[in-house]
Design a protein around this ligand. Sequence first.
Ligand code: HEM
Length: 150
Amino acid sequence: MLMSIALALHVLSIVVWVGGMFFAHQALRPAAVSVLEPPTRLRLWRATFQRFFPWVWLSIVLVLASGLWMMMQFPKPPIFVHVMLGLGVIMMLIFMHVFFAPYGRLKKAVATENWKEGGKALGQIRMLVGLNLSIGLITVIVGTAGKFFI
Ligand code: HEM
């Protein structure tokens, strides 16, 4: 029973976090570039992150708590679980860097209407979210198909 709750919370959190990154990076980003001028585009991203990032923090807490708890149920956790933990921790550190460094600069740039700095910060966020999305998709494969290979 507890195991099914932990697994459900784990997978739902991953769907929200990785799915959100996929939508932002693959759909909203190119659409915003093609239809919005920089000031509006930067304001849109600032408002979008403000709504999405609290969900990412919640996902991180739930993924880590449920993942570590499930890990403790194994007498000896399989290798793919260790790989999942390693990749998951890297994703969390990348997100925290985005949150505290370039997102902080983006907020400041939008508040002071400094569009050049805002563009630079957004470019960094885009690169790091692209990286985290790639690691996230690989980690989903490791978490689901890993048991058949390792
Ligand atoms: C950060 C620490 C993490 C830990 C300690 C952890 C641990 C675990 C454990 C123990 C399971 C159950 C495996 C089983 O019973 O076969 C699991 C399942 C899963 N994990 Fe993680 N995980 C973590 C992060 C992640 C991340 C970041 C992702 C994806 C981006 C992910 C995706 C999955 C998926 C999709 C499953 C479901 C596997 C299935 O039932 O088919 N996990 N995780």
